[in-house]
Design a protein around this ligand. Sequence first.
Ligand code: ADP
Ligand code: MG
Length: 701
Amino acid sequence: MPVRRDTPSIDLSAEPLSRLPGVGPRVAEKLAVRGLLTMQDLWLHLPLRYEDRTAITPIRLLQPGVPVQIEGRVEAVERGFRYRPVLRVAVGDESRGTLVLRFFHFRAAQVAQFAVGARIRCYGTPKPGQHGLEIVHPSYRVLGDGDDAALGEALDPVYPAVEGLGPASIRKLIGEALERLPDNDSLELLPATLLEGLGLPSLRNALLTMHRPPRDADVAALALGTHPAQRRLAIEELLAHHLSLRRQRLALQQHGAPVLKGKGALVKALVKALPFTLTGAQQRVFKQIREDIAKPSPMLRLVQGDVGSGKTVVAALAGMLAVEAGKQVALAAPTELLAEQHLANLRAWLEPLGVRVAWLAGKVTGKARATVLAQVASGEAQVVVGTHALMQEAVTFHDLGLAIVDEQHRFGVHQRLALRDKGAGRNRVPHQLVMTATPIPRTLAMAAYADLDVSAIDELPPGRTPVQTVALSAERRPELVERIRTACAEGRQAYWVCTLIDDSDEVVAQAAQTTFEALSASLPDARVALVHGRMKAADKQATMRRFKEGEVDLLVATTVIEVGVDVPNASLMIIENAERLGLAQLHQLRGRVGRGATASTCVLMYQPPLSMMAKHRLATMRQTNDGFVIAEKDLELRGPGELLGTRQTGLAAFRVADLARDAGLLPQVHALAERLLADDPAAADRVIHRWVGGAARYASA
Ligand code: ADP
Ligand code: MG
């Protein structure tokens, strides 16, 4: 159908940016790298913050840390050299205040500009310096004497950078794009009554306010992200994500799934054979799964449970329902070590019941591999445990009914889908169970996983003593070494975790090696071993195994031990440079101890001075062992993007919304989603398209 360019209903939002003056192929390419392709992308390219140049602050009133615009005359200039060249310019104004502008990089022409008496207007954040307040590298301009430069009418937006384009060009382009912003009727997708009810502006007004906040705008609210304009955009963005997840969930439900319902003889036998009784939480979650998989539509359930909460046995019980129904079960874990542990558990639990368990990992090669592949393909293998190797193309199942992915945040969505598709056939997919030891706050789970059902194993098996956590400055390392000596002499085992800010495996491995040598020298009576990511998998496994079997007293390790290894006798953990790790990672690491009956200790060793954030993190770790509480705190401190990882959810791609801050909007978002899907599915599509774009996050749940 020919496009009619003259109709007012034409969707301007999709106009390519090459329509803008000054956007040739080269500029367009730079914009595209940043994901800016259409007019709409520029409308939604929102400022990171604002600079207020609408007023001039008398120098005498400046406060450290508060950004301001000042105007004054150069009183003195000093060029010096302390470690590196410095230019210091003293500026004074009628308030008889003086401020120093300090430059470390400057050109001769700049120096010439700062003649004594020259009039300067500059913007920046004053900080205490050697001689009163100073601003380092302010943005400034020299005003000619007759030159009475007007003050800004609106706050100046500061945009996220686009590589290869200066801030002025970006501002100009966005200005051009805003000129083309259509009237609200063709832009607005939310019902006017709703917006009025919430006291929120129209989309058009919200965008204009965000890009050009008027002089009297509530700057504090803008900085906090609670301005009505921001809330207006956030609500639509959250709605878009929610709708997109709902859509994917619906798409999944279009498929059928095997009905896994039986007498439960295997489940009963397993429960009876277990050396422990299930916790209430395990029973509740298993019941939920059991109900899900008894239905002819596919389950997609996330089981969250803190480290040690006993997720594996729940997965095994679910597996028994599948086996009893004549289907196969796959259980994938992100590391060989973890997969091996699952294998050992499942073999011990299931083989006595007559269930055949197979093993498939990267290191299973040659003839052994061919044999396993054949068993999987024929259905002889009823439960298949493995690593990423399970997801490879060569693996074909006879009849996969349940796909279980452990520590799912370590896998990409595509890997989960690859495993799922191994059981797909004639409009049917297997049930999926994904497990994570990274607890996710409820609000976040609701927004991030609208396409998943979420269960929580929020109770630890009885008999665990909580880990005592202490923070210790690195200066007290010698005391720690003594502590380890004592612990090892008493037959306890310990972890020493080396971390570095440098993520390169090689550097971290080197640091671990050095620590290993130092500790071996100071603890001649202890059996010390080392594992790090650069070792051959087989060597790593062998060392871990020796630790597990009690042949090693002290294990020096990098964060490779983070995931899932169970050594109940290890009751002391030292984490070096703990201030550099996030809460989630610290919590995961700490979960390696406290798995047995002895009281365990986790020492968070830090390098002073601590930043505010690091202080908060260490304090949180000392105060609680509860993964859900830690996750809430983590969300508060870091925001959801980092918490979940972009790979997992794409949540980091939120432009305006912030789940920690905007959680209060979610009930409205959910109600709005219902209404839009019922009344105006086309508008729902446009909302998704506007914010989430064509790249649906879970290609197809
Ligand atoms: P995670 O949730 O971290 O994967 P695991 O499944 O590895 O936890 O379980 C941790 C340990 O607790 C294992 O040794 C497991 O056998 C044991 N366990 C699981 N459930 C119970 C229970 N109800 N009572 C006692 N021990 C349990
Ligand atoms: Mg586990």
